[in-house]
Design a protein around this ligand. Structure first.
Ligand SMILES: [Zn+2]
Length: 465
């Protein structure tokens, strides 16, 4: 089972990517299915509200969540078509109860994160590494969910107990007459568990296997895992930067736990810009959160296939040296179009415009259209002074972007990939045709309604210097 020794792991009996077959397979009784669904929903809500922003986000990426007796426990699949699916056995969930379901859902989400971070095939094929993952995941689950023990079924604990494994480790090393670590040191990082288990003469493997271990090659497409997980980590990082304390604390903890895990993990964190969360400050110049945020969001909006890439190694290196990260384009694709619209009615921080100009100038293969606006739209060239007047109307920018309004006799004939609005937000709200392309930078003292609107738009406050 996902866990434990009371329910044997078993291979799925139907094709797990066939959603209809899954639902048809020996359906459980409807009351059980309904109760299991309710437990799952409640557990996901709890994870999102208090325990784990990362797990909660992972499940928002599982567009299909299917109660099925085709699996014995629960598993997240990442299939080659780029989708993620959560499968859960309804009898198993009902037997676990709410706290147990929360634990198992956290456990399974964490497996995806681990698989993303530790993609090395050799490592994953090592049964000691598999055991180490079970130990660290359950240890972290207990900490985060504030559980004193493992989930239980009929009063019996289910899963690999980190403390029990530690006792076996101590006994083994004592018998060899060599020193061992205490529990806190043993579970300090993912690699410390793996390393220490490797010192045992008889590591307790193979232990009871998790469903994901059985599914490894058929059920988990690495590319999908990588894409989904890095999307999730990026979203949580953005939340952390914007002041979500729980997201920040969880990411910092995950960072700490992956210390010493090698170049790949360092690089992944570097690509995300996560090290900055630890207060690693830029030595030569200051990069505010909103700037990093804009780079991230812009990169995600301009990303289409493999055309526009955030040069990972170089980006991380530049950031470490105190330079702003940059975007680069790959392949012979069409030029991307960005519209940057500056609200002249409020106070426009000069350094924001300067920085934007510099940023856009460094994005390879992008054509920028600069505008200023109040009640009307005017062309703007970076460096020019803007003269504000009258009231503000976001609608004129929308109409220009959507090709309905001409500026100096010219309509925008391209379809922009992103629209950056720099404004204090004080004007009538509006919803553009493609809200996911709009990025709002709200100047000090402004109103960040775009992120509260439905659907919400990417929005961040810029800091006054
Ligand atoms: Zn597991």
């Amino acid at each position: 089972m996902a866990y434990g020794d009371r329910v044997r792991p078993r291979l799925p009996v139907v094709e797990l990517t066939d959603r209809r077959a899954l639902e048809r397979w020996r359906p459980a009784d409807p009351d059980t299915v309904e109760e299991a669904r309710r437990l799952k929903e409640q557990a996901l809500l709890d994870l999102g509200m208090t325990h784990s922003a990362i797990a909660s986000w992972i499940y928002t990426k599982c567009h299909h969540q299917i109660a099925t007796t085709a699996v014995g426990t629960a598993a997240v699949l990442a299939s080659g078509d780029g989708t993620c699916v959560l499968l859960y056995n309804p009898d198993f969930f009902v037997a676990l109860g709410l706290e147990g379901v929360r634990f198992v859902l956290f456990h399974e989400a964490r497996h995806l994160v681990q698989r993303h971070l530790f993609a090395d095939r050799e490592l994953r094929e090592d049964p000691v590494f598999t055991l180490a993952c079970e130990v660290t995941i359950n240890h972290v689950a207990k900490m985060r969910l504030r559980e004193t023990g493992l989930p239980t079924i009929d009063g019996e604990p289910v899963g690999i107990d980190p403390e029990e494994i530690h006792r076996a480790y101590r006994a083994d090393l004592d018998a060899q007459g060599v020193g061992s670590l205490d529990f806190a040191q043993f579970v300090a990082t993912d690699m410390s568990v793996y390393r220490e288990l490797g010192r045992m003469r008889h590591p307790p493997v193979p232990g009871p296997a998790c469903v994901h271990v059985l599914l490894d090659d058929t059920g988990l497409d690495q590319e999908t895992v990588d894409r989904v997980t890095s999307d999730v980590l990026r979203s949580v990082l953005i939340a952390a930067r914007r002041g979500n304390g729980a997201a920040r604390e969880e990411l910092l903890d995950l960072l700490r736990r992956t210390e010493g895990a090698g170049e790949r993990v360092d690089r992944l964190w570097g690509d995300l810009g996560a090290h900055a969360l630890r207060g690693v400050t830029m030595p030569t110049r200051r990069v505010d959160w909103w700037q990093q945020w804009l780079v991230d969001v812009l990169a995600s909006k301009l990303r289409e296939g493999e055309r526009l890439v955030y040069p990972k190694k170089r980006g991380a290196l530049l950031a470490a040296l105190g330079h702003d990260p940059m975007l680069a384009r790959r392949g012979p694709e069409r030029v991307k179009t960005i519209v940057i619209a500056l609200d002249t009615s409020g106070s426009m921080p000069d350094q924001v415009v300067e920085w934007l100009t510099e940023l856009v100038g460094r994005i390879d293969g992008v054509e920028a259209h600069w505008l200023s606006f109040d009640a009307v739209v005017m062309p703007f060239r970076p460096g020019e002074r803007v003269y504000g007047g009258g009231g503000t109307n976001f609608g004129v920018v929308r109409d220009y972007v959507e090709g309905r309004l001409a500026v100096k006799g010219e309509r925008l004939d391209e379809h922009p990939d992103a629209v950056i609005m720099v404004t204090d937000g004080h004007a009538a709200q509006m919803t553009p045709a493609e809200p996911d392309k709009w990025i709002w930078l709200i100047t000090p003292g402004g109103d960040d309604w775009p992120e509260r609107r439905h659907p919400p738009m990417a929005c961040h406050r810029v800091r006054s210097a």
